[in-house]
Design a protein around this ligand. Sequence first.
Ligand code: SF4
Ligand code: SF4
Length: 493
Amino acid sequence: MSDPSLYKDRVRVYPRAVRGVARRVKWAVLVFCLVVYYALPWFRWTRGPGQPSQAVLLDIGHERFYFFAIEFWPQDIYYLTGALILAAVGLFLVTSLVGRAWCAYACPQTVWTDLFMRVERLIQGDRNARMKRDQGHTDFAKIWRKTATHAAWLGIAFWTGGAWIMYFADAPTVTRDFWRGTAAADVYVFTSLFTATTYVLAGWAREQVCTYMCPWPRFQASMLDEHSLIVTYESWRGEPRGHGKRPPALLGANQLGANQLGAKPLGANERGDCIDCSACVNVCPTGIDIRDGSQLECINCGLCIDACNEVMTKTGQPKWLVRWDTLANQEARAAGRPVPFHLLRPRTLIYIAALVVGFVVMGVALANRAQIDLAVEHDRAPLFVTLRNGSLRNAYTLKISNKTHEATAFAIGLNGIDGAALSLAEDSEDHLPHLTLTVAPDAIGTYRVLVFARPAKPLDAAQDLIFTARNARTGETAAYTSVFMGPTAHATR
Ligand code: SF4
Ligand code: SF4
């Protein structure tokens, strides 16, 4: 027995144009996504002198992410983590409610593939013309249409790659520098890289990305259940399928209105509503047949619904032979007992609750986000110094983050050890209960300070020491618990 091959040759898909509600929704979402993607880097936002004026900017060089009025520092990485978790839970909720709506309408792979297919159709014609041309001999018309298609794809890909770079640098500046040839080398490298990936993924790989490269279809099945809204084929109404428009005598029992009540046994000469025209297959961007049931390749775009509705209208039969439905409802309607949709189910309620909690926690955390951050590092060597008068000295490095846009004076204080005093390392003669340290706007100030103390009782190696940094203007305070080191209790006896 020969081994079955694990490799399947690619069957080229030539999706046909279609009109209908799913197609209109897809166009609307596509236009919205593209406009947002290409236009967003050009939005301006006033942040004050010396600050970037781009509304959305990931400034890697200065370790900042600007999102309109919010400015994230590296220490705020947990907000990004929270946003990603919320996005994932939102995706789980949408999938459990309406299947792969993300894949069908808003995934970048779908959006750009749809755009590339539209360009291809404009230049090379619809499905039949493209198939005929690909199978025919090479002539001038074929050469110029193919060349024009790839040139247009490359143009879009370049625009897309260039727009991506603008999220990492000031858009007007990087655009001007790019065309003058004075931009940094990595701008040209990454623009080329994103141009190439867009061209390959949307122009060549297309449905192969969704079927073989993307992990999401593999585990989205765990979010679906029999009450999720997906694209389905009413086999109880469509079968047995047969070619062509049927004479009234052969119309099945599942006709005009009866389909809403469920299947009835068909007579020997009766046929289902499906005329086996393959319109639903021909419009499918992944080239599958929805009549074979729910499949991994199906992105739930609904274009087969539009195609079948066109056919049903032409043949004078009720629409929605292919429709958005739940598997539970399909089964129930086939048995003549329609069931209502169950949008609120334990799994969707859990996702909704997780989203609400996540948004509240993120919202409160963002609203109360500190404008100061204080980090303290104790010197490792020596851990402490015993002075001639018997008191102890410890050294620390303070890092004060000033997230405001103005130079700010911070009052540094100590808690935890009575009588502890501070001094700047380079000015160790003055022992003060407080120090005033100034930090430049939107910067981290680093200072080395000394703490002098004579603890009332033996330290037994270490005692908590709390540093505080108070914004002298606003009163906002940050604290950091460090340690004050000394000899062990045993050693001091
Ligand atoms: S089977 Fe229908 S819903 Fe699924 S991908 Fe194809 S056209 Fe879209
Ligand atoms: S478009 Fe409708 S009628 Fe035509 S093959 Fe598909 S399901 Fe059958």
